[in-house]
Design a protein around this ligand. Structure first.
Ligand code: MG
Length: 367
């Protein structure tokens, strides 16, 4: 089987709630890229990459499309089911830029699933959990507005929450106190600063909220700052943005820098590399939030399959982004119910893009 054509689509994902706000950033929509890989045997696969705007991680939407256009021609003729070979070739063609390679790797998994008649979670190790626990993001807003939101989400059945902080530290202390106060017994709360605090402010926030039961996520930009904050807090620590490679995870493990990592598929370069880190985390005893930076139904399917194939004890939570958007870019998305999602059991990712909505490809790479 050979890759015969790579189609690249651009699609905007507007927010149902009007905006998504974290740390000091806020967006009304995200720019997503869908990749379709066609083969000489008629089977095709899809993948998606959606950076969270251009200044969240070293990744941006136009960069994803430019990068795919750069490496795409040299992938023609390759067998998409040879995942390690495809990844090795992509790394030789383009140094770094893991997010560029992510949608291609996901599309190759979709094809491998289709040709073997297996859902992607089986390729990633099997369905170790029947359903995937979700968290709901409480977007940064006025503290009382955040209380109203977490209350409504709890009424919808969600049990785990990630409230966005990382702006003014004094307001954040109020946010954490008020939102934690509105949390129902047994539910779980994380406060994610998304790198937004300076080290001294982060230390101040965690000390002022020492008696509140919550997880702290990525308080500051660098690993080193987060490591210092950990010495001052008794809350479990989740590291996210700085866990950008296997080396970073191993360093964090050795230096006892975190209790949980947030594993984002496109930050690591796709399912092949995310799976490697997932399996090593299981071996080391590190539990994981499994998600991506953003996306629609296709990215969510990839998240769901990776999470399904992770032992339940090592899976902290996942996110499903498609429910935040005003429109669906594909059918067959993981079904969300009572704070959990389930990936389709059909071969591949189990999603079918809404081609009418995607329109004409912005690039088509073929011989
Ligand atoms: Mg995070």
């Amino acid at each position: 089987m050979k890759i015969s054509k790579i189609n690249v689509f651009q699609v905007d994902l507007p927010m149902k709630e009007g905006a998504y706000s974290w740390s000091n950033q806020s967006f009304a929509a995200f720019d997503s890229t869908v990749v379709q890989i066609e083969t000489d045997e008629g089977v095709s696969g899809v993948g998606e990459v959606c950076p969270l705007g251009p200044s969240y991680l070293p990744a941006y939407a136009e960069g994803a499309r430019t990068g795919i256009a750069t490496i795409g021609p040299d992938l023609l003729g390759e067998d998409p089911t040879h995942l390690a070979r495809i990844n090795h070739k992509m790394d030789r063609l383009l140094k770094g830029h893991p997010y560029v390679k992510s949608a291609i790797d996901i599309a190759c998994h979709d094809i491998l699933g289709k040709v073997t008649g297996q859902p992607v979670c089986n390729i990633l190790g099997g369905r170790l959990q029947e359903k995937v626990k979700l968290f709901k993001v409480v977007s940064r807003a006025d503290p009382d507005e955040m209380v109203d939101k977490i209350t409504a989400y709890q009424e919808q059945g969600f049990k785990q929450f990630q409230m966005k902080v990382g702006a003014d530290p004094d307001v954040d202390i109020t946010r954490i106190n008020k939102v934690a106060n509105a949390l129902w017994e047994g539910n779980v709360l994380g406060a994610d600063a998304n790198c937004g605090w300076r080290q001294h402010d982060a230390v101040r926030v965690v000390k002022a909220t020492a008696d509140v039961k919550y997880y702290v996520e990525q308080p500051c930009e660098t690993y080193e700052e987060c490591r210092v904050v950990r010495d001052h807090c008794h809350h479990p620590m989740i590291l996210d943005e700085c866990m950008d490679s296997l080396q970073a995870v191993l360093r964090g493990y050795q230096e006892r820098a975190m209790d949980v990592i947030n594993l984002k598929i496109n930050r690591l370069g796709g399912l092949t590399k995310a799976r490697l880190i997932r399996d090593i985390c299981v071996s080391l005893g590190i539990i994981m939030t499994i998600e991506d930076s953003w996306g629609g139904e296709i990215a969510d399917a990839a998240i769901a399959h990776l999470a399904h194939s992770t032992p339940k004890d090592f899976h902290f939570q996942s996110s499903a982004f498609h429910e935040y958007a005003t429109h669906a870019i594909a059918t067959g998305a993981p079904v969300i119910e009572d704070g959990y999602m389930r990936a389709p059991e059909t071969p591949g990712l189990g999603v079918e893009p809404n081609w009418d909505l995607l329109g004409k490809p912005v690039a088509s790479i073929s011989a």
